[in-house]
Design a protein around this ligand. Sequence first.
Ligand code: NAD
Ligand code: TDX
Length: 331
Amino acid sequence: MRLLVTGGAGFIGANFVHYTRSAHPEHSITVLDALTYAGNEASLATVRNDIEFVHGSVADAALVDELVGRCDVVVHFAAESHNDNSLRDPSPFLETNIIGTYTLLEAVRKHGVRLHHISTDEVYGDLELDDPKKFTPQTPYNPSSPYSSTKAGSDLLVRAWVRSFGIHATISNCSNNYGPYQHVEKFIPRQITNVLAGLRPKLYGTGENVRDWIHVDDHNSAVHAILDRGRNGETYLIGADGEKNNLEVLSLILELLGQPKDAFDHVTDRVGHDLRYAIDATKLRDELGWTPKYTDFRDGLEATIDWYRENESWWKPLKDQVEAKYAAQGQ
Ligand code: NAD
Ligand code: TDX
């Protein structure tokens, strides 16, 4: 298969390229990435000679038409992905997440190419802490932030293009990922690199908010299961039963880094902060036979900490600017 991977220089996309190179070396890979603040060519350094890299935007219709015309499947990771940034300035979220996805949809429609659209559990809004329910493919959309609403909009565009124009597409909505190459603006890498840089970790509010953590390689193995065996037009929820509240995750990071339990600051909470996400991945497990490999969060987190320890040259240049932005709003 000739894969066009959008957003392949970002966190999950770069891990997808590495995963695919080792698990499915028979596929050829072209990466299309705009190299925004979140994209980093260094994340692809070790596979650079085995792939084609194109610097450009998913909203550039002429470029997208040319690239889609010479691939078999598009795996669409490219997005503006950070909730806090979407609260500061929503405009790039509309351009990339909505217009970019629309541009890809028109190109796959024209060329008869399959699309796999990568999305998030945040499209479903949030759950109460004591709610026994989890998100399922039947849960109504109810996004909270500019980020999650643009992802919800992009999912709905994909569904409409399947029904109205008969394109071949699948969608996956995954829970919170962790692992190597994640930008230091995000919760887990921010706290790890704060400790490594001699700064105090920063917890929003009381830390009771729950996220359903999955290792990025488990997300990507699920994407391959969908590429191989997923049914056209279907939505698959990806999650590995990894619910933890933010205080628990931070406490584990502090313990693994040999810090006292209370060596962190409570900071201003995120506006409209979603309380809890939880994924029911029964459909993915039963229909496609997928199971996660990283079932021990502590082990996965320890390996992630080791990666940031060993790859300071990857994250150090990003750190000061990210912390300055957070500091400006008391976070
Ligand atoms: P990221 O911010 O780390 O990477 C995004 C990548 O997209 C970057 O390389 C960036 O340069 C690129 N990009 C941005 N705008 C572009 C444009 N207009 N054209 C081409 N490339 C562009 O994001 P991530 O965490 O790797 O997320 C990837 C996808 O997975 C997103 O669609 C996100 O919504 C989804 N997702 C993320 C998570 C998570 O926990 N991180 C969970 C579920 C779903
Ligand atoms: O410094 C922090 N302190 C803190 O307490 C940061 C950056 C975050 N948090 C909290 C907010 C959230 O409850 O940690 C939790 C995780 O925050 P993020 O890493 O920003 O992730 P989240 O907002 O949950 O969204 C992530 O998962 C779903 C990804 O960024 C999205 O792209 C994905 O769709």
